[in-house]
Ligand binder design. Sequence first.
Ligand code: SF4
Length: 438
Amino acid sequence: MTKDNIKHYLIMAGSTSHMLRGDKILKDEGVETSLVPAPAEYGTVCATAIKVKIEDRNRAEKILRQNNISIEGIYPDKTQKLAGLVTKLMDSVISEEFIKVLKKIENGEELGFEDIVLLLKTERRVEKEALYHAADRMRREIVGDVVDIRGAVEFSNYCRKDCKYCGIRRSLSDLARYRMTEDEIMEVVHQLHEIGIKTVILQSGEDLRWTPEKISSLIRRVKKETSMNITLSIGERPREEYELYRKLGANNFLLKIETTNRKLFKFIHPDDDFDHRVQCSKWLKQLGYLNGSGSIIGLPGQRVEDIARDILFFKDMGINMIGIGPFVPAKGTPFEGYPKGSIEMTLKAVAVTRIVCKRVFIPATTALASLDPDGQTKALKAGANTIMLINTPAKYRYNYQIYSDKNMVDLKSAFKAVKEAGRKMPPYLKIDKMTKET
Ligand code: SF4
């Protein structure tokens, strides 16, 4: 370890394709890598960097140069210190224990389980504000002020599973099921591409009628016709399928754990096995996806300690995108009568996740927007840096409600949240076109 406590280096490639090719070459050569958001001061908007261990830095550079991967720069992944964080708060009524944890954050020390529980449990207004403030500073210094905007198409609401909280679960026999055609999906993809969105999220229930051949064909078309980044969110599939989609150019994969409490996981997911879900997540990482996970806050029987373990799980697994939303009961499900998750606990979890996991994408989730019209603004002020638009065609979207009264986040509401949070829209969006359309 060096004097500055540097453990990793971040390699910025000359382009996205060089970055992805470089990452694969390094992995093939046995170098341990992960893909992370680029540092705000070096990267373009939410660009991605290859993270390598300090001892692999020179070897990684040599391999990349030998393979003609253009390198824009190599930077130390500095421990994030937040100078002055505590001094300002010393005069307020913050407890001594809380100040101790804040000092750790200020000094760039890692937080342990007890620290995280303490942050999540705080009920005092001034402490919550201090927590959000620390997370917001961490976000600003690590990924900057620009909010990454992505577009989602929910292309099928068929699902083979029966998760108890889910509004499209298998046994909801009254639900009108739909399956979009490839052409219908591509129409939306082109609309997103036209307004400059860089990443499309292709999301569905676990619908096996969407065979590997069909998904492959869709990926090929998105890549050929738009070159957009693709996030897949299609659930558990065999490793070979994940590998196939990765080879065809899928960049990110979203597979949420929802809770790391094994008993609770089994209770809410009658068809799933916890270890297998974790295994899928590991495969995705090994295959070089930007790997997404997340949790639901306020599940029946969940404790604050469970949320703390979720956050440590994201850190230990090296998850790159972490979606945290409140539990929202869905009509017709076994959980219909349970109380909603707390917005405040969700915001605290977002803030602690930013502080603990640091260089990650954290969306201001649609579930938050569904419970509170200002939910996304609040999340952006508590450490979030991404918004996902819902672009499913109107005739289908009301039948894709994982939970009831889902907010259909559109460009207008995203603009509003970004503005109210004092943040910036990404420069890649073609504002003229958007304002005409919104
Ligand atoms: S949460 Fe996902 S896997 Fe579970 S029922 Fe809903 S769509 Fe299917």
